[in-house]
Design a protein around this ligand. Structure first.
Ligand code: 6PG
Length: 248
């Protein structure tokens, strides 16, 4: 399939509302089809703003008890650490909606060995998605942000995990932060039924234009390597982040 992302640009507040609408629409479709909605959350301040919206204006739009929550990446810190993506999502969303605790599958990021935490999380995916051998989980939705360097999840430029094609979750050494991050690999991201990038802010404009330029080098911009083989690829950007785009 030709790489054809759905690209939509809005003023900042509207971009969050559009993302919330997309989230609840996809969730509703998944729940009516299979009884559950399996979503992987992202870290970052932009996704956090979406979570706060889902917990407030959109709180009543979803049967939250049918949602299974995962994380596309996590920092190698305990779940109560200020940098924890779990802690951020719990404060912004999970603690404010009627979910089932057993439906929240966080990374065991307090494990002192990052790769062990990644392997444990891979085991959770295999168990919850009932995966055999090398099968891939198919998330109903994976939410992603993008950094100014074009990273997404914890797949940073020139980091080892960019090459991973068999494991579902790995500990990825991030040189610029001198730390490990636990992250989904591209095979998982690209097996999703839908991926939604939510990108805002002028500091993302250059990377967004490079990632969404069909002629650019995917290896230089990891976010460009997210191209679901059989799923929707949506980009919702605010006007600041889209200011360098020629196509939209
Ligand atoms: C993380 C995220 C990361 C984030 C981007 C965008 O663990 O930090 O998963 O990929 O989504 O860096 O973050 P901002 O929206 O804060 O710029």
């Amino acid at each position: 399939m030709a790489w054809l992302p759905e690209i939509r640009v809005f003023p900042r507040r509207q971009s969050l509302l559009e993302a919330a609408k997309e989230f609840t629409t996809i969730a509703g479709e998944a729940i009516s089809k299979s009884g559950t909605f399996r979503v992987a959350l992202s870290g970052g301040s932009t996704p956090k703003a979406l979570y706060e919206l889902l917990a407030s204006e959109y709180r009543s739009r979803l049967p939250w008890a049918k949602v299974l929550f995962f994380w596309g990446d996590e920092r190698h810190v305990p779940p109560d650490h200020p940098d924890s993506n779990y802690r951020m999502a719990n404060e912004a969303l999970l603690s404010r909606i009627p979910i089932k605790a057993e439906n929240v599958f966080r990374v065991n990021s307090e494990n002192p060995v990052a790769q062990a935490a990644a392997t444990q999380y891979e085991g959770i995916l295999k168990s919850v998605f009932h995966l055999e051998d090398s099968a891939l989980p198919r998330f109903d939705l994976i939410l992603l942000g993008m950094g100014p360097d074009g990273h997404t999840a914890s797949l940073f430029p020139k980091s080892p995990a960019l090459q991973e094609r068999s494991r579902l979750v790995v500990a990825n050494w991030v040189e610029k932060f001198k730390t490990f991050r636990i992250t989904f690999t591209f095979p998982v991201l690209n097996n999703a039924a839908a991926v939604l990038f939510l990108v805002s802010g002028r500091e993302k404009a250059e990377a967004a234009a490079s990632v969404l330029d069909p002629t650019s080098d995917p290896n230089q911009f990891p976010a460009k390597m997210v191209q679901p083989a059989n799923g929707r690829l949506m980009w919702i950007l605010d006007e600041e982040a889209a200011r360098n785009l020629t196509i939209h």
